[in-house]
Design a protein around this ligand. Structure first.
Ligand code: IPE
Ligand code: IPE
Ligand code: MG
Length: 246
């Protein structure tokens, strides 16, 4: 049976987030430079974005560059930033054709000017698209996001805009970069690492976690389908008992 037929359209994850890991090891296995792995990683991005849109997933969030990734060798960081600019330029048409809105989360001001401007251009051009939201996590760190959230809320408390008793989960949500996104349903990490690496710590509280040994540049539509089939086999109890759900 075609693998696609095994996916139930009614219980698709609303929000899929992916830690795209393993580019460097993929290249090393081939005796190539890490940058070769990053270049090939962009093909996997294209593939997964298209597959998600085809399936009808409403929100796809991709971890492309972490706050910690700034500590990598300067040349690697530069390669990644150049790739971002060229991919954004290249993919704008396909985003438009597929009715995909591009957004970004993270400390975007830390990005080089060129990346920042290209990103805003594409975000602006696609802002009315509504088939799917593609969010790039760039210079993103969950702890930094939470820190900012605490600071912003504290300022509002100080200015009497918010009273401390009124602070609840929804107020926190509204002060995160992800304020316009629902909680993550399915978190995928490639490359065999089983850690979260400072990605969406608050937002994955009840996400289903899916780890695969596949290195990111090898990740295809089929791999995404497999992760969704596995997700649909899980019973999401949200603290309740199995009996309460049925
Ligand atoms: C993921 O691949 C891409 C980024 C983190 C930007 P890596 O570059 O982390 O590849 P590995 O983990 O070293 O193989
Ligand atoms: C996580 O991958 C960040 C991205 C995929 C952008 P890393 O390769 O940076 O994570 P660690 O260092 O192995 O935890
Ligand atoms: Mg890595």
């Amino acid at each position: 049976m075609d693998i696609l037929n095994r996916i139930k359209s009614k219980t698709l994850p609303r929000h899929v987030a992916i830690i795209m890991d393993g580019n460097g090891r993929w290249a090393k296995q081939k005796g190539m430079l890490r940058s070769f792995g990053h270049e090939n990683g962009t093909k996997a991005v294209k593939e997964v974005v298209e597959a998600s849109a085809e399936l009808g997933i409403k929100h796809l969030t991709l971890y492309a560059f972490s706050t910690e990734n700034w500590k990598r060798p300067r040349l690697e960081v530069e390669t990644l930033m150049k790739l971002l600019v060229s991919s954004l330029r290249k993919e704008i048409k396909s985003l438009q054709d597929n009715n995909i809105k591009l957004t970004a989360i993270g400390n975007l001001k830390a990005l080089p000017n060129k990346v920042y401007h290209e990103l805003h251009e594409v975000m602006n051009a696609t802002k009315s698209n509504h088939h799917m939201t593609l969010t790039l996590a760039l210079s993103y760190g969950s702890r930094e996001e939470l820190l900012n959230c605490v600071k912003e809320i504290s300022f509002k408390v100080k200015k009497d805009i918010i009273s401390p008793e009124k602070i609840d989960e929804s107020i926190i949500n509204e002060h995160l970069y992800t304020r316009n996104l629902p909680d993550v349903d399915l978190l995928i990490r490639t490359s065999g690492e089983k850690r979260v690496s400072n990605f969406l710590l608050w937002q994955i509280a009840y996400a289903e976690l899916y780890f695969t040994n596949t290195l990111w540049p090898d990740f295809t539509k089929q791999h995404l389908y497999e992760s969704i089939i596995e997700y649909q086999k899980r019973e999401r109890r949200f603290g309740k008992t199995s009996e309460q759900l049925s």
